[in-house]
Design a protein around this ligand. Structure first.
Ligand SMILES: Cc1ncc(COP(=O)(O)O)c(C=O)c1O
Length: 458
């Protein structure tokens, strides 16, 4: 990384900009604000999932098409949120619409297997280089099964996870997702901090938290828990506090270390899978783990999840010692959407398109950062990327944790007020692009970013 002189960001100025931008945004969302009051009568908080109520207010969507969406006030946006990255196939892609309509007319659920299984399984096995797959309905279910598979195959209970990663909302892994600085504890023995009320304390005792990008800390965790560790789950590139890429040798080092200790390695590719490359992180970084968890992008917009693993790890399932089950697992509607998404939309060519748009976003934002001397840099791969508001490289959660959230909030407000829909802003801004996003869309994003840079430094 090139060392450059940067300005200090004036937080008082940011407070003023936040006030101005919030005042501009609110009148655009009168219908959303009014509808929330209606929904609140019977829906807790007026939203279906807690994170849909991100400040300043929930925005209710009417419809989407390709690279765009429209909210219920009639505002049109270029969509870089894309449903937390699930919609890299774009909204209402004709091939997926056709597949879903065809299947809907033939019945949507039987709780019996149907004949799209092999096409989806073959495609995932080719992309991710793991031989056996099962399906579920979300990333949460996929990582739940990954933790259980590692425990089932070792007879051990402890799972190692990375500080600052989210693997879904189940009790096995909902620890140290975004812990407050006052709670994290020493770096060499981070506290295992529950992310929600109601998570049993007993679960914390079988979760060991370590920092990302540090093999020595994993070595320490394994040595201190000799014979107890079933495995480790890792997002191969962290995607929930900006994009943090793995350093060379880190992922292979993890696999080697875990295997030396009789434990397994699971990749949570819920965000990286089929977005950063055709074969996700497995292809991008050249390491195949023992288990891969997928969701989001592979369903083309339907609720989906998949667990890939080696034949060895699937043995208890094949031998009927472990029921990996669910009423809607592999339901025909999701399978039809997934088949169309994987075989007809997210083809190898699509990734050339993601790379081209990424280059415009990354070069454009980097040029703005350099010209305005912002303490920031750009990171990402394929359909995913982010501006990280730090003048030094962010290698792990603790580096990101100290970045003032007002900066990412004001960046979100600037894009939102200028027609670009972004994921909720907490921690670091991340973008996702779809097969419909163009280089002009990327330039629009960069123009908005330049307006922010000008306002920050005026
Ligand atoms: C890395 C990662 N894993 C798992 C999940 C959970 O997926 P889902 O929301 O489909 O349960 C998420 C959700 O954002 C995620 O980002």
């Amino acid at each position: 990384m090139v060392v450059r002189e940067t300005i200090d960001i004036d937080l008082d100025r940011i407070d003023r900009l936040i006030e101005e931008e919030e005042a501009k945004l609110e009148p655009k969302h009168r219908a959303s604000i009014a509808y929330r009051a209606v929904a609140e009568h019977t829906i807790a908080g007026g939203v279906a999932s807690s994170w849909q109520a991100a400040p300043p207010h929930a925005i209710y969507v009417d419809h989407g098409l390709g690279n765009r969406l429209w909210d219920i006030d009639g505002n049109e946006y270029l969509d870089f949120h894309l449903g937390y990255g699930a919609m890299v196939a774009g909204h209402a892609h004709p091939k997926i619409v056709e597949a879903v309509q065809r299947q809907a007319a033939l019945g949507t659920h039987f709780a019996q297997p149907t004949k799209d299984l092999d096409a989806v399984g073959d495609n995932l096995a080719e992309r991710f280089e793991l031989p056996l797959w099962r399906f579920c309905n979300s990333g949460t279910e996929a990582t739940l099964e990954a933790a259980r598979l590692m425990r089932a195959n070792t007879g051990r209970e402890t799972i190692i996870k990375i500080e600052g990663t989210y693997h879904g909302h189940h009790d096995s892994l909902m620890f140290s997702v975004a812990p407050a600085p006052a709670k994290v504890g020493p770096r060499e023995h981070p506290n295992t901090v529950p992310q929600a009320l109601g998570i049993p304390k007993a679960m914390a005792e079988i979760v060991r938290v370590v920092p990302f990008n540090d093999l020595d800390e994993v070595r320490r965790a394994l040595a201190e828990n000799e014979g107890k560790v079933a495995g480790m789950i890792v997002e191969p590139a962290m995607m929930n506090c900006g994009v943090i890429l793995p350093e060379p040798g880190y992922l292979q080092g993890l696999k080697d270390l875990l295997h030396q200790h009789g434990a397994f390695l699971a990749f949570d590719e819920v965000k990286t899978g089929a977005t950063i490359a055709y074969g996700g992180a497995t292809e991008a970084f050249g390491v195949t783990p023992d288990i891969i968890c997928l969701a989001k992008a592979i369903g083309g917009g339907l609720p989906c999840g998949a667990i890939g693993a080696t034949r060895e790890l699937y043995r208890p399932v094949l031998d009927d010692e472990y029921d990996m089950a669910g009423t809607f697992n592999g339901n025909p509607l999701t399978m039809a959407a997934s088949r169309a998404t994987l075989t007809e939309v997210l083809t190898r060519d699509a990734y050339d398109g993601f790379d081209a748009v990424h280059e415009v976003l990354a070069d454009g934002c980097t040029s703005v950062i350099e010209r305005y001397r912002l303490p920031a840099y750009v990171t990402g791969l394929g359909a995913k990327g982010s501006v990280i508001y730090s003048s030094t490289p962010v290698r792990e959660y603790r580096d990101a944790m100290v970045i003032d959230e007002r900066i990412t909030y004001v960046a979100w407000l600037f894009q939102q007020n200028r027609g670009v829909f972004k994921s909720p802003w907490s921690k670091q801004e991340t973008w996702t692009t779809s097969v419909f996003h163009t280089e002009d869309d990327a330039r629009r994003y960069v123009e908005n970013f330049e307006e922010l840079a000008a306002a920050l430094t005026a």
